[in-house]
Design a protein around this ligand. Sequence first.
Ligand code: FE
Ligand code: ZN
Length: 322
Amino acid sequence: MQCRADRSVAGGPTAISAIFQTQGLGATKRPRFDRNPPLCDHSPPRKGQGLRGSHYASLKPLYLNGSSRMLVTILPAFTDNYIFALNLCNGVAVVDPGDASVVARHLQEVGGQLRAILITHHHPDHIGGMARLSTQWPAARRIGPVDSRITGLTEWVHDGEEVVLDDDCVLRVMATPGHTRSHIVYLGKDQVFCGDVLFSLGCGRNFEGDAAQMLSSLEKLAALPDSTRVYCAHEYTLANARFASKLDPNNADLRQRVADIHDLRQRGLPSIPTNIGSERRCNPFLRCDDPSIWAAANRYAEEILPNRTAVFATLRAWKSAL
Ligand code: FE
Ligand code: ZN
């Protein structure tokens, strides 16, 4: 299936010391969503699970302060997408602006200039806002992978190259094919903006390329330091948690993680960012070598699977069939 799929609070961005802040939204300030949002992994969120509705109504953009000096604001879009706004010394960069109106509202609220757009892959829920934003901010850099399906870029980046946004924000490009053939992620000092490759407790669909390629991309991410914050582009975590729990019911780390996720979501907060250490302990797609995960895949496939690539392919097919 084709993927149909800081603001400065009072005192300025440097005054933000809390991990995040939320604030109620009045009806007139409620963000606008498009109908028919894209889906980049699987089934649509169940009622109350997505960002629409009461969870979202109490959600303002979230201000996250990493251990590096880069501040990341999470901007919900559509039903379950996240756009990430990076606070630069002279403005804002955004990752995967599927919806221009979400970014425009953020820029208006912070009074900031859009300096750069970073694209991970060509799907409309990730690039859909770029044309409008580049009309409004023609000087903004538009950076992404080489792929003719992404129009309007001003800079094309490749595996291993660096994107220097300012002195405190230098991102390294890593090629992560498998969701799409040209998918890339952007690595900061202690964070990764990973589009639709790795999700919290899950992974993206394997649209282009084979399972070995997708698994290789996931394993490159899994090899990052445990503390690396993972900014994935969708809020799929509760559905992923149900699948992971079914495969791995005796995983104590997973049980704790699921409890934490329920708590976050009940408070209207994103489950993002997650981190690599937690994903290595809890995400079944990063644990294909684990005997219990392997056994569950064998049961689903009704055969003894020969290697972890076959386990991964089976899990991905199983998840997609739900
Ligand atoms: Fe997506
Ligand atoms: Zn996608």
